[in-house]
Ligand binder design. Structure first.
Ligand SMILES: Nc1ncnc2c1ncn2[C@@H]1O[C@H](COP(=O)(O)OP(=O)(O)O)[C@@H](O)[C@H]1O
Ligand SMILES: [Mg+2]
Length: 239
């Protein structure tokens, strides 16, 4: 069956020397869903995003975006297909302004409408007054917002968010959750990695759980909360 924007991860392995960071991971990120990915520290969440976005090669396995195999493709080609991601430590261009950073996420749109859209996006996270600040001067949480908005303005089909609420206050977290819900209404599929289980369980419609590089569970947040394997994975960890 042809599934236009479904991301299919099939039997993915990733080794760093003798360390197996991902072991035979298979699951599907369905189009239009908010898909949460949780797992203790070091369980392979960021590695998975690095593999999907083509930043590092898989050791084996296959990843499909719709009918197109993207494993083995260059990162810029994968991004051009509509798969964008953000980074755990917000990556911004320090010597561009906030507005310029956000606008740089879309190179195909005319400047005036793009600027208008960027200002609206900034407004939605209370950053309208920061448009002309240097991105290099931004606080940690503000960098997260800027990289998320820069990804959104590029109208991706799938947005991979790696720890979008780490180091944030409750108020800032609420803004990110609002932003993720807005992303969904824009028709963008969101895959969210977070150590903040409560936020993720409240936001995601489907959850995949990794532990030591393996998928140990997936399902609705309600089912995941009751899963004994998941509880066991989190016992004895600070998360
Ligand atoms: N580039 C790398 N080189 C060597 N080891 C790595 C590299 N990236 C990640 N790892 C290791 O792979 C495991 C999974 O890391 P990561 O995917 O960052 O976990 P998570 O994001 O779930 O906390 C960890 O043991 C980590 O040290
Ligand atoms: Mg990580």
């Amino acid at each position: 069956m042809e599934r236009g924007k479904t991301l299919k991860i099939e039997g993915v392995h990733k080794s760093f020397g003798r360390l197996q960071a991902l072991k035979n991971v298979s699951f599907t990120i369905e189009e239009g869903r908010i898909h949460g990915i949780i797992g203790p520290n070091g369980s392979g969440k960021t590695t998975l995003f690095n593999c999907i976005s083509g930043i590092i090669p898989l050791s084996s396995g296959t990843i499909y975006f719709g009918d197109t195999e993207i494993s083995g493709m260059r990162a810029d080609r994968i991004a051009n297909l509509g798969i964008r991601r953000t980074f755990q430590a917000g990556k911004v261009a320090p010597s561009l302004t906030v507005l310029e950073n956000i606008m740089s996420g879309n190179s195909s749109k005319k400047e005036k409408p793009l600027e208008k859209e960027a200002m609206e996006l900034m407004e939605s996270v209370g950053m309208r007054n920061s448009a002309d600040r240097w991105a290099g001067d931004l606080a940690w949480a503000e960098r997260q917002f800027v990289q998320i908005l820069r990804a959104i303005i590029g109208k991706p089909k799938i947005l991979l968010l790696d720890e979008p609420v780490s180091g944030m206050t409750a108020q800032e977290i609420a803004l990110v959750v609002k932003l993720i819900r807005t992303i969904k209404t824009m028709g963008i599929t969101a895959a969210v990695v977070s150590h903040d289980i409560k936020m993720l369980m409240d936001t995601a419609e489907w959850v995949t759980v990794l532990n030591f590089g393996q998928k140990i569970a997936e399902g609705t947040p309600e089912a995941i909360k009751r899963d004994p394997l998941v509880m066991e994975a989190y016992l004895g960890t600070e998360e």
